[in-house]
Write a new protein. Sequence first.
Length: 117
Amino acid sequence: MLRFLADHNFSEIIIAQVLAALPDLDLVRARDIGMAQTPDSDILEWAANSGRIVLTHDIKTMVSEAWARVAAGLPMPGVLAVTLATPYHIARNDIIQSALYGLERDWTNQVKYSPLP
C-alpha cells in the first residue's frame, strides 16, 4: 500500500474520511512531524527520504517545487494535488484508490490532480 504525507494545509475532513475507510493507511501530517511551517522544498525532501506521496491543496508552490525536484534529478515520490473546488468525496476516493491499487512506479516523478482520470 502506498504511503502519504499530508501537507500542513491539507483538509482534515478528507484525512478523517480516508482514515475512517482505511484505518491502517500509513498517512502522516506535516504538522505531526514538526513541519507545520516548513517550506515546500523541505517537505518534498522529507517525503522523498520517507517514500511518501505528498497530498496538498497548494497547487501553485508545491507543484512547482515538485517539478523543480524532478528537473534537478532529485528523488520525488509523487504529489497528489487537490484543488479546493474538488468535492471531499472525490478527493477521498482518489486517495483510497491510489493507496489500495497504486504502484510507486506510477507516482515517481509525477504530479497528479484530483479528480484522477
